[in-house]
Design a protein around this ligand. Structure first.
Ligand code: TXA
Ligand code: MG
Length: 314
């Protein structure tokens, strides 16, 4: 591979933040935690910086990126907010909800970010490291998950290093992420909300906040390629709804049961979401040739956990 960098993982703090912002302003992508997963961030107004994200991830460039903002003013300079969009932002920002909105003609965003769509996916994250980096860099940050395209998403700095070592210059390490699953992606319309990717903000929460029906999945065409069938995929076969391990399986459990690693012995779905990707990383690195996962209830964030598991098994 051409031009390998050495990747430095730096504990988050004032000095590391300044350094990261210098790299961003120089057009380099930097890995940074959010409350969902670690993101690979670059200046969303600079096409060569955005191209560097695609090449570090090995991501197809028809797949658009989420743009992260530090506050509502910044968001409103990039996209048009309908009354329904305002309602959702009021209720869930800052937090793990991404809104797909009409992009403004004067947004200044690189067209590569939208990959040709008339809309932009915007998110105001709750994590202080991501927000501080946006402020310090002075630009909105495009950031997909900080892993090679199609592989398991990173919820710790070590996951980023294992996946992108030599491809990026710097990782801001602020420990494990609290949510553990990528943000919910929703497209607000006048009379309904389309749920493009399930996540920590559930369909029920979207319906309650807007008083509108929520359409799951939207239309059949792929609008959020997180929806591509195989995604978040370990290198080994994955069997779902397993009640016990076969001889050559590494079992990821849920609730009280014999298993190799447990997402939540107390059967707490939020804890299970936070632990899911780390457990998949460990199972993938184990000596066992196959992975099995216990059944996870569909309620609440369980829908998003099952969505990621289905794709991991596809
Ligand atoms: O939690 C998250 O959302 C993380 C952290 C880093 O913020 N980011 C993340 O980004 O998951 P990424 O690039 O892995 O997922 C972005 C998803 C993709 O499935 C993409 O297709 C969809 O957002 N997307 C981006 N722009 C879109 C648009 N205009 N319309 C529909 N989907 C869009
Ligand atoms: Mg991803």
């Amino acid at each position: 591979a051409q031009s390998a960098f050495s990747t430095r993982s730096c504990r988050y703090g004032a000095e590391a933040l300044r350094e990261a912002a210098l790299l961003i302003r120089a057009g380099e992508p930097v890995a940074v935690p959010t409350e969902t997963v670690y993101g690979l961030a670059a200046d969303a107004t600079d096409s060569s910086a955005v191209a560097a994200i695609y090449s570090a991830k090995g991501r197809p460039s028809f797949n658009p990126l989420i743009v992260h903002v530090a506050d509502r003013d910044m968001a409103q300079r990039l996209a048009d907010f309908s009354p329904v969009a305002q309602k959702l932002a009021d209720r869930f920002w800052p937090g793990p909800l991404t809104l797909v909105l009409p992009v403004r003609a004067d947004s200044g965003l690189s067209p590569l970010v939208m990959a040709g769509l008339p809309t932009v996916a915007l998110r105001l994250p709750a994590h202080p490291a991501m927000r501080a980096l946006i402020r310090e860099s002075g630009c909105p940050l495009a950031a997909p998950s900080a892993n090679r395209s199609g592989s398991i998403s990173p919820t710790r700095a070590e996951h980023v290093l294992a996946s992108l070592n030599g491809k990026i210059r710097m990782i801001l390490d602020e420990g494990p992420t609290s949510e553990g699953l990528e943000s919910t992606i929703a497209a607000p319309e006048a009379d309904r909300v389309r749920l493009l990717r399930p996540g920590p903000v559930t369909a029920v929460m979207l319906a309650e906040a807007t008083g509108l029906p929520v359409m799951i999945g939207g239309d059949t065409k792929i609008e959020a390629p997180g929806q591509l069938e195989s995604h978040y995929a370990p290198s080994k076969p994955v069997r779902l709804d397993a009640l016990r391990a076969e001889k050559d399986e590494y079992l990821i459990g849920f609730g009280l049961m014999p298993c190799h690693i447990n997402l939540s012995p107390e059967a707490d779905l939020h804890e299970a979401a936070a632990n899911l990707f780390a457990a998949l990383h460990i199972a993938d690195a184990s000596a066992t040739p196959r992975i099995a996962v216990a059944p996870i209830p569909m309620e609440g964030i369980g829908a998003a956990i099952n969505d990621r598991l289905k794709r991991a098994a596809a």
